[in-house]
Every structure is written in C-alpha cells, then in structure tokens.
Design a protein around this ligand. Structure first.
Ligand code: PMP
Length: 442
C-alpha cells in the first residue's frame, strides 16, 4: 500500500525500478519506451553516462551552497552557457528548481521592474486561453486551462485572456493565415487598451503550446506582432519555454525560430533533462540593470537556487547536446517522425490534426474530421489511449479537453533527442495499436 498522494488517488502507478536510454522498467518486469520523455523532460534519455559522471564529480566537490552566502563555479558556468546561446540581450540568469518556480520568478521580476521604474500601477498580466504556466497560485492564475483552475479560481488573481494561436481550431474557413494572425494581434492590442496600457506588466505566452493544447506552433509573424505590440505599450513579453525550450524544437530556444527576443524567458524540463530538478529565468540585461542601479536587490529567493548538483547535471546536458550535435538530430528526427505520424494516422477518421515543431509533436483526436467535433470529455479518450499505450510498453503524454469540452483530446509525443529512426518507427507502430484499441473500446 502506498502512502504517497498520487495524482490518481484511487490507483497508484507502476513502480519504476530502472531506466536506460529510451527504456524504463517497472517492478513487474515490464519495459516501456519513453516516447514522451516523462513530461517532455528526458531529452537525453535515461542514465546518460556523461551526466551521471558530472553529477558524481559535483557531489564529491560541493553538493550544496546557499546563495545568500556563496555562488559556485558550476552555476556560473551554466549561466554563461545559457546566455551564450540565448536570443539577443538575454544576459542575466536566475536559477530555480522547476517550471512553476521559473514562472513565479519571471512574474515577480517583471513586477519589481515596474516598481523600480516608478510605474507602480502596472499590476496586470495578460495571457492566453488554453495555456499552461504551472500549478503554483501565480502561475496557475496566468495559465488558461479551465479544468486545472476551476477549484482554485477564488484564490487566483484576475488575468485578462486572449485567444491562443491555434490555427486548426480557430482559423475560419476562407480566412488567410495572415488575416487570422492579424486578428489575434488586434485582440491582444484591444485587451491591453481595455486594461489600460499603464496598468499592464507583461504578456505571457508559450512559444509552442505544450501541456494544454498539444504542440501548437505559432503562425508565421505571430510573435513578431506580439513583440511590436508589447514594445508599443511598454508591456514586457515573457516567453514560457519550460516545455519547448532547451533544444526540444530543434533550436536551443524555440522563439529563435520566430525571430524575436523576449524580455524574459523561462526554461526548465529539458534544462536538467530529468537528472535533477532545475529551471531558469533569463532576463534582458537592461531590465536587471534597472534593479541593480535601483534597490540593488531582487526581492525573491528560494532555498535551492543554483543547486550545484542540479547545475552540474544541466551543464553536462548542455555539453552533450553540443558535442553530439543533438539540435540537428532533433530537426531531422522531428521531420521524420512527423512523416511517420502522417503515414500512420493521415487516413484515420479520428485524428484531426498532426502537428508540432522539432521533437515536440501531437495528435489531436476528433469524433468527426469534417466538423472537427471533439469527443465528449466524459469519455476520457486521452486516458484510454495512455492505458492502452502503457499496456503495449509505450509512454505517451495524454491531455484531456477543457471543462467546456471545446478542445478535446490530444496525445503529446516528446521522445529523447537520442531516439533512432528505428525507435521512432516502433513508437509510432505501438501508438497506432493503442489509439485503435482505445477508439474501438468506445
Ligand atoms: N510552463 C510550461 C509551458 C509547462 O509545460 C510546465 C510543465 N508542464 C510548467 C510551466 C510548470 O513546470 P513544473 O511542472 O516544473 O512546475
């Protein structure tokens, strides 16, 4: 009997006992291909020798140092490396232990910037529907997943919300991609004006929507438009790359592909690739400089900031990505997995959309391809596909519809960057069986 409060309170998951490369084993002797990297985390697969060695070395050197007293060489080296590969001007790094903490930190940094510039009225964040920014109260408030928010709604600050950039669902018949994008940007501008630009701190968005929408990339020009509107009104742009960053989409930061530099970027998952819990916030030099010249202190902090072993793991992960040219691998494998998914599911009457960027890919399931009508939320098709996949030794990341059932079920795929063509073919073949079995079970 388990004493852990598991996500499913009625049913403890299998007990994982070992993992190596693409595979995870449980205590009953079952082996699973990790096609989702957990929750888009394990970008190097499991038990990568270079990362394990770096962690061991760090434990033997110094395992913990509180940042109120010390910095460490390993955290400094990791920060320098993140900055070197980051979009223009992002020269300052703050380490945390995960994605939600990174978003909380980003939001507080943005607010403190407003305070230090004398713009104390700025207290509003604007975000998108169908977004996920974390489960702590601030991050949950900016997130736009109604199911996750509902029980906690009275505790959350008000966040004006705009439409996500979700072409498959929202682009109207006959509307060009350019017109669709322009309409989204008009809505953002109108929402800023309605809130009063002088009251708005920042706009938060995931460059590729992950945990709530299923690998939804933006339309061309969307983020350039966002950048221009934010600049026009002195609103900061916070890009949440917790899931899509750190190489997952084929570039170190996904937003590079959209040609803009945010004011603040959050990363986590792939940063430590699951070897240690670690996240980071990258901020523009001028922004942090303002605090430096002002109060001289960032009024924030956590006990495990820049944890040396976590930093050592993340640094080793970054070095492997560079040495093994894994960004190129992600781009190539991403394209070939997309092709395999299209071949396998292109003719499936219940797969409405196959999309993604790099190795962050998803299927959207629908009752009817013509009308794009989702399955009823009560059917929990995503959960049935996950169970069928687990029964076939395959880990995929399922996502259900929102409360109003508007968006329906998705299956997210985020395999490790080390996946071979044969691994991908095996994943797709098992997924076909799992999806068909779940659909048949009705
Ligand atoms: N932002 C995004 C885009 C995420 O995908 C997630 C995690 N799914 C988070 C924030 C929260 O990260 P964590 O679970 O590490 O707190």
């Amino acid at each position: 009997m388990s004493h852990i409060i598991h996500r499913n309170l009625r049913h403890a998951p299998p007990v994982a006992v070992s993992a190596e490369g693409m595979l995870v084993r449980d205590s009953s002797g079952n082996t699973y291909i990790d096609a989702s990297g957990g929750a888009a985390v394990s970008s190097l697969g499991h038990a990568h020798p270079a990362v394990l060695e770096a962690m061991h070395r760090q434990i033997d050197t110094i395992a913990y140092a509180h940042t109120a007293f010390f910095t460490t060489e390993v955290a400094e080296e990791l920060a320098a490396r993140l900055v070197a590969g980051a979009p223009k001007g992002l020269s300052e790094v703050y380490f945390v232990s995960g994605g939600s903490e990174a978003m909380e930190t980003a939001m507080k940094l943005a607010r403190q910037y407003a305070v230090e510039t004398g713009e104390t009225r700025r207290s509003v964040f604007i975000a998108r529907r169908q977004s996920y920014h974390g489960n702590t109260l601030g991050a949950l408030a900016v997130g736009g997943n109604e199911w996750r928010r509902k029980p906690f709604a009275p505790l959350l600050m008000d966040v004006p919300r705009v439409a996500p950039c979700y072409e498959y669902r929202d682009r109207m018949p006959g509307q060009t991609q350019g017109d669709y994008t322009a309409a989204l940007l008009l809505e953002l501008e109108a929402t800023i004006l309605e809130a009063g630009p002088e009251n708005v701190i920042a706009f938060c968005a995931e460059p590729v929507v992950g945990a709530t929408g299923g690998a939804i990339p933006p339309t061309p020009g969307y983020f350039r438009g966002v950048r221009a509107i934010c600049d026009k009104y002195g609103v900061l742009f916070i890009a949440d790359e917790v899931m899509c960053g750190m190489g997952r989409t084929g570039t170190m930061y996904s937003i590079e592909q959209d040609g803009v530099a945010p004011d603040i970027v959050t990363v986590a998952k792939g940063l430590g690739a699951g070897y240690q819990p670690i996240g980071a916030v990258l901020a523009q030099g001028w922004l942090v400089d303002r605090l430096r010249r002002g109060s001289g202190i960032f009024q924030h902090g956590h006990t495990y900031i820049g944890h040396p072993v976590a930093a050592a793991a993340a640094l080793a992960v970054q070095k492997v990505i560079e040495k093994d040219d894994l960004l190129t691998a992600v781009r190539m494998r991403g394209a070939s997995m997309m092709g395999m998914l299209q071949d396998a599911f292109g003719g499936n009457a219940h797969v409405g959309d196959i999309r993604g960027r790099g190795l962050l890919l998803a299927l959207e399931l629908v009752q009817d391809r013509e009308t794009r009508q989702p399955f009823a939320p009560e059917r929990k098709l995503h959960a049935a596909i996950k169970s069928q996949a687990m029964a076939r030794g395959l880990m995929v990341y399922p996502m259900g519809g929102t409360i109003d059932g508007q968006y329906g079920d998705h299956i997210l795929l985020a395999p490790p960057f080390i996946a071979t063509e044969a691994d991908l073919a095996e994943i797709v073949s098992r997924l076909v069986d799992a999806v068909n079995a779940a659909l048949k079970a009705g």
